[in-house]
Design a protein around this ligand. Structure first.
Ligand code: HEM
Length: 180
């Protein structure tokens, strides 16, 4: 992986997941076929978020902005630049979510939606099944790195506290536990 980074944990992530320069090359290569499908996929994703009673309130009055932000984030996955700035942008997502009280559950569920939906999008837009298979693996590795970085920043922000009281932190992490 072309990550010029002294972070030993990111290097371990790459060593174990297999995220490498090959994935970077692959994602740049397939980006032109996949990126046109991103807005439609994002539209479907936000429909699902609007249907869930816990996520829907977070979208009120911000749907357009959030969709645009999400499309931009997805396009970056195919930009081939996963250096310091890319890493910092993922970390900022965790920090922003803490600030606006988005529970980590929502990101985990969103990533799950995307991991399930993207292989079909890639296969539909790419004729060569061998390349499509490799592109899917590259994409999943990179998304896993994003989730790790978002979660890690989330946890750091929680530990730094950001002026949030401990009861609220617990509520964010255990959202929904009272509705069982
Ligand atoms: C794959 C999952 C997700 C990604 C990659 C993501 C990405 C982002 C990004 C890039 C930002 C802007 C961060 C900044 O200002 O620096 C953001 C902000 C935000 N996200 Fe997410 N997000 C995800 C899931 C969600 C979900 C599921 C919700 C709610 C249902 C949500 C709600 C928000 C809100 C409310 C903001 C703040 C918007 C504002 O500033 O008004 N996000 N997100």
């Amino acid at each position: 992986m072309e990550i010029e980074n002294n972070d030993v944990n990111i290097l371990t992530f790459c060593n174990i997941s297999g995220l490498s320069k090959e994935d970077q090359d692959m994602l740049i290569r397939v980006g032109e076929w996949i990126t046109p499908a991103i807005p439609a996929l994002t539209g479907r994703f936000y429909e699902v978020l609007q249907e869930d009673p816990q996520t829907a309130p977070y979208l009120d009055g911000r749907l357009d902005v959030l969709q645009k932000t999400h499309i931009a984030w997805m396009k970056e996955l195919f930009a081939g630049d996963y250096g310091e700035d890319f890493i910092r942008r993922q970390e900022k997502i965790g920090e922003a979510h803490v600030r606006v009280r988005v529970p980590p559950l929502f990101v985990a569920a969103s990533m799950s939606f995307l991991r399930a939906a993207l292989p079909e999008v890639v296969s539909r837009n790419m004729q060569d099944t061998q390349v499509a298979g490799k592109a899917i693996a590259s994409l999943l590795r990179l998304m896993d790195l994003c989730q790790y970085l978002i979660d890690r920043a989330y946890n750091h922000s929680l530990m730094d506290n950001l002026g949030i009281n401990p009861a609220l932190l617990l509520r964010l992490q255990t959202i929904g536990s009272k509705t069982k």
